[in-house]
Design a protein around this ligand. Structure first.
Ligand code: CA
Length: 565
């Protein structure tokens, strides 16, 4: 059983908790402001009861009361502290205020009396309601009551005062407004009340904004797209995410600048949207683009990176800024999706360290053999000769075709949502093998390292390569040479090469490549690497030259190429 005392205590505790909860709710929209204004006050006539002597003696006779003015209009000042704690329907503010005022009303000089002015000093508490239907215009009413002290010619007294005001306000900025009020005051005075009407014209300082300017723009991530480091440059024009931006300021905001920054992978904040104007309460959805840098290529594992959304805007002309954190998953550098086959060209890198070593070594073997007379190239174009040497060198290097079931092109290339893992050229050399996409990437990299144009050929379920022959006369009517006009309008001749069968030699590679092209018909496509790079620039992974491939003998390469005629 609880004693009465305990019950009371828990009741008090409950009310305290309740009060805290209420005030949190209440204080959410807190706004304090200070008003200061010179005030003008004009007294209304004061009703005077009159009586005159009764000629017949006895009680004096009452006459009709007259209204007279004892005081002239005067000047003073008023100040107040407003606390708006309730905001409703977005445009109404309700609150309480404490105000003080001072007024001096000159006495109307009478012929026989030189009067002292009447000094009025008041303090009131009140309620106010403010309506703000426009960005810069507001209207308000208030009712106040309190006490005032009047003094005149050494005589003073404290009495009751109440007043009503009606006014308008022009917001110059979130911090300062001009306001004008019409005021009616009622003061208990001598025998009759002293009523005045007045006007104030002053400034209101929004203390809450001045002390700590609030930003009221809400940003929420609504969509997250896949971010692949290998396509880092692509995201400058293609979104990584989408956000909705909502203006929660009571007025329209302008010049909204939205920046995205991820300091690990970006050199500087990137402005992805500029919104000229957003009405109060209005929301817009904007795609987030980002200018990443090559630091992203160090990501050998998937990460969830921290970014910042920076917002800058103007509210009633004043600049405001807000930053909010944004989480973004980023895939590892080997990941890619086949929503666009051309994306794989980003992995093709003539600057890859291991590729440069491999290609230059093979080119050196060919050049030396030609100049020493060991290799007669005949009429074979040099592109073909070098491509054959690269192909044979890969065979001698014992590169093999390995299908990784988790990364099979045939299975993954059909499904745009699947994430595939591709190897950079140096990785394929290091592992001495790869599947069709890995081998195509490696071979095109080797070609481009020798400045020979490479291409991907895609047929259903498979990807392989081609290279530019570079000689219009050679094998002029050979159906195994593909002639295609590029995006630059130039017709080029391409020799297809099946890169997964290096073990069967260059001639076979060409034959199989050509046969597959013919068979696939309309379904075959050829993508010159340099055209793909326009969309998906080539990337080079740091440390790609760290492990030097063990190269086959020059003589073996030259001998293999000699057999091709
Ligand atoms: Ca693969």
């Amino acid at each position: 059983m609880k004693t009465k005392n305990q019950r009371n205590r828990s009741l008090i505790a409950f009310f305290c908790l309740f009060a805290v909860c209420c005030s949190v709710q209440l204080f959410a929209e807190n706004e304090f402001s200070f008003r200061l204004a010179p005030a003008f006050e004009a007294p209304m006539k004061i009703k005077i009861e009159r009586e005159r002597e009764n000629p017949a003696g006895g009680n004096p006779i009452k006459e009709d009361p007259v209204k007279v003015k004892f005081f002239k209009p005067g000047m003073g000042a008023s100040l107040s502290l407003d606390w708006a704690f309730w905001n409703f329907a977005k445009i109404f503010n309700f609150g309480i205020k404490a105000s003080g005022s001072f007024t001096s009303l000159p006495f109307i000089d009478l012929p026989d009396e030189k009067g002292d002015p009447l000094t009025l000093l008041g303090g009131m508490g009140g309620l106010f309601l403010r309506l703000r239907p426009f960005d810069r215009w507001a209207f308000g009413i208030s009712a106040n009551a309190g006490a005032y002290q009047y003094s005149r010619a050494g005589e003073n007294a404290t009495k009751f005062i109440m007043s009503y005001s009606l006014g308008t306000e022009f917001l110059i900025s979130p911090y300062i407004s001009l306001y004008a009020d019409g005021v009616y005051s009622y003061r208990v005075f001598d025998e009759s009340p002293l009523q005045t009407i007045g006007a104030v014209l002053g400034i209101r300082l929004n203390l809450s904004e001045i002390m700590g300017s609030k930003t009221r723009v809400q940003v929420d991530k609504t969509q997250q797209f896949r971010v692949f480091p290998v396509s880092w440059a692509w995201y400058e024009n293609n979104p990584v995410a989408a956000v909705t931006v909502t203006n929660e300021e009571p007025n329209a905001i302008t010049d909204l600048n939205l920046n995205f920054f991820m300091d690990s992978y970006m050199s500087e904040p990137f402005t992805f949207a500029v919104v000229p104007r957003l009405a109060p309460g209005e929301s817009i959805e904007v795609p987030v683009t980002a200018l990443f840098n090559e630091a992203m290529l160090s990501l050998s594992e998937n990460v969830s990176a921290n970014g910042v959304l920076q917002m800058q805007y103007r509210s009633l002309g004043a600049r405001k800024e807000k930053n909010s954190g944004i989480q973004m998953p980023i895939f590892r550098r080997n990941n890619m999706s086949w929503d666009d086959d051309r994306r794989a060209a980003a992995f093709v890198s003539p600057r890859d360290g291991a590729v440069k070593i491999f290609a230059r070594y093979v080119a050196g073997a060919v050049e030396t053999a030609i100049s020493s007379g060991d290799l007669q190239s005949g009429n074979i174009p040099s592109n073909v000769l070098y491509a054959a040497a690269l192909f044979e060198a890969l065979r001698l290097y014992r590169i093999t075709y390995i299908v990784d079931p988790s990364s099979a092109y045939a299975a993954l290339s059909d499904d745009e949502s699947e994430i595939d893992s591709l190897n950079y050229p140096y990785e394929t050399l290091y592992y001495r093998g790869g599947d069709c996409d890995d081998l195509s990437i490696l071979f095109c990299s080797l070609l481009e390292a020798l400045n020979i144009q490479g291409a991907f050929i895609t047929i259903p379920g498979h990807i392989y390569t081609a290279f530019e022959v570079g000689d219009d006369a050679w094998q002029a009517n050979n159906s195994r040479i593909i002639e295609i006009e590029g995006m630059d309008g130039i017709r080029r001749r391409w020799m297809p090469l099946e890169t997964t069968i290096t073990d069967r030699g260059f001639t076979q590679g060409w034959q199989v490549g050509a046969m597959q092209w013919t068979r696939a018909g309309e379904e075959a496509a050829l993508f010159p690497i340099r055209e793909c790079w326009e969309l998906y620039p080539s990337v080079t992974v740091p440390a790609s030259g760290d492990s030097v491939p063990v190269m086959p003998e020059w003589d073996d390469i030259v001998r293999a190429v000699s057999s091709f005629r």
